[in-house]
Design a protein around this ligand. Sequence first.
Ligand code: HEC
Length: 135
Amino acid sequence: MAEGVSGAVEFCNLAASPLVDSLKNVYAVDIKRTSHRLRNPGNRADAQERAVIDDYLKLLENQNMPASKVVVSNDIVRYYAPIMMMENCIKCHGIQGKDIVTSDYEVIKRLYPSDEAIDFKVGELRGIWSLTFDR
Ligand code: HEC
């Protein structure tokens, strides 16, 4: 990451994503990513999201792949999908000093002092997508 992690931060920042912007313009949808181990504390899971994450973790523990799911309630519909760790994620969410270049991690830590989103391995659950639609 020769350009430094500033470009990298953009890379994984949903607010800066034109796709998310255009989706939000077309549908009345709230789009969020959350995790059991957060980098940005602003992405914290609510109770239902946390329950979905725990379900997904349990499935994986038993060698089952988690699948997307829809939860319908009176006035909203919530859609969830697993976000899995892939090879191209480890340079920012893997093991510091091995997958993550130490100087890059210093930048991440400066921007996200309470970062917990490291030490993930490929194939693990990194987090979930959480979309909320008005009915
Ligand atoms: C170049 C660095 C970089 C790479 C590569 C990267 N991320 Fe991130 N990731 C970040 C940063 C920085 C944030 C915090 C963004 C924010 O402020 O919302 C983040 C946040 C996240 C979040 C939101 C939850 C949280 O912890 O705040 C998820 C989920 C996530 N990343 C998954 C992935 C996945 C899956 C990949 C691989 C496909 C990946 N990331 C690759 C840097 C990276």
